[in-house]
Design a protein around this ligand. Structure first.
Ligand SMILES: Nc1nc2c(c(=O)[nH]1)N[C@H]1C(S)=C(S)[C@@H](COP(=O)(O)O)O[C@H]1N2
Ligand SMILES: [Mo]
Length: 386
């Protein structure tokens, strides 16, 4: 395809007859629009934000092209050969590592479900600001790369190290009521303890394929069991620090209220909460009366394993356990099914509720302390029985 620059497109508009002029313009427009992602829900075009249509759930491992995309800024294009990861700050041996250097430090693979902290925001009443995700800002993949612990050991972290700041290559200025102080990169700190856990890895691949630019190529962090915002894409710098980091993305954004002594205190968002979601039937489906239907979905619980999932068709008055199709493990979602035979015509509300191995569960009511994040209260699937 000929590469039509903006200036060429403009001169074409001036110089050529109407039909050719239109062709030239539409070609320029086609280049400005990001590639289409078949089947994905476009929540925002620039920067590109794509949602997985949860009712299409089929594979335990979400294919990369169906994995939701959450971008705050334009996708940076990085050259994998020239790529160097910088490790700096409170270390004895600052490092600049190529992808080959990283691989030489050892690799592991982690099955991990990634969910955006704003997943399900469209269901909040009253409506709040932010991307209006349905259920599909979540996906599950096998991530392969070097454990962050191996990199930190090589860099020799100094005594007194507290946090590790992960910095992405993407930069922009955030507008709005709480604007950023000019252009800033997307970043996030994690405590030293989480940085040293085997589930915190610097991944180059998902599901055995190299990362695509949308998912952070050539290298991203995966902070297992935490909401997506900590899993920094296009990872460029790792800074070890001996004091708490209060960056924009964990204070002005991605923070909510935790209470102690009854007082709410703004706290950066960390580990995922338990959640079960029905994939099928879906909102608005019409179901035949007196016929058994299959209810199918997924459940996850961040750092913990899902223990059980319950189903209710009577607005939570009675619950019955669903059946799992796979075994229970931390970090990864599980699929489940159950059956239901509606006997009464009219509207019905279907609910599911996950409980994890630590006894954490989902509540009927939304907790307002969570601001616009960590949405795991029960959201009914409204269907019509005919
Ligand atoms: N550098 C960078 N990393 C980032 C983001 C970003 O905008 N820039 N978005 C974060 C958020 S909020 C989420 S939910 C996940 C989404 O990862 P995905 O787009 O691969 O699904 O990436 C995180 N890492
Ligand atoms: Mo997110």
């Amino acid at each position: 395809m000929p590469n039509l620059s903006r200036r060429d497109a403009l001169s074409a508009v001036v110089a050529v007859p109407a039909a050719a002029c239109l062709a030239g313009r539409s070609r320029a427009v086609a280049q400005a629009v990001p590639p289409a992602f078949p089947g994905m829900i476009v929540r925002m075009r620039q920067p590109l934000n794509l949602e997985f249509p949860f009712s299409e759930l089929k594979a335990l491992e979400t294919p990369q092209e169906q994995f939701y995309v959450r971008n705050h800024f334009a996708v940076p294009k990085l050259d994998a050969n020239a790529f160097r990861l910088s490790i700096e700050g409170h270390v004895e041996q600052p490092l600049k590592l190529s992808l080959a250097d990283l691989a030489a430090l050892g690799e592991s693979t982690l099955g991990n479900t990634l969910e955006c902290a704003g997943n399900g925001r469209i269901f909040l009443i009253p409506q709040v600001r932010g991307l209006q995700w349905g259920h599909g800002a979540v996906g599950n993949a096998r991530w392969t790369g070097t454990p962050l612990a191996a990199v930190l050991e090589r860099a020799k972290v100094k005594p007194g190290a507290m946090e590790v700041i992960l910095v992405g290559e993407d930069v922009g200025a955030v507008a709005g009521d709480n604007p950023s102080p000019g252009p800033i990169p997307f970043d996030r700190s994690i405590p030293m303890e989480k940085a040293m856990k085997p589930e915190t890895i610097l991944a180059h691949s998902m599901n055995g394929e190299k990362l695509t630019p949308n998912h952070g190529a050539p290298l991203r962090a995966i902070v297992g069991g935490w909401y997506g915002m900590a899993s920094i894409k296009w990872l460029r710098r790792i800074i070890v620090t001996d004091r708490p980091y209060q960056g924009f993305w964990q204070t002005m954004d991605y923070a909510d209220y935790e209470r102690s002594n009854g007082l709410p205190s703004l706290t950066p968002i960390t580990a995922m909460l338990p959640k079960a979601v029905i994939a099928r039937p879906t909102l608005g489906d019409v179901l035949p009366v007196d016929r058994e239907i299959t209810i199918f979905g997924a459940a996850w619980a961040g750092e913990n394993a899902v223990d059980f999932v319950e189903f209710s068709s009577d607005e939570g008055k009675s619950w019955s356990n669903v059946k799992f199709t796979g075994r229970s493990k931390p970090f990864e979602w599980r699929f489940w099914t159950t059956t239901w035979t509606p006997t009464v015509r009219g509207p019905a509300k279907l609910l599911v509720k996950a409980t994890d191995t630590k006894g954490r569960t989902q509540s009927m009511e939304r907790d307002p302390d969570r601001r616009t994040y960590r949405i795991n209260h029960l959201v009914p699937v409204d269907v019509l029985v005919k």
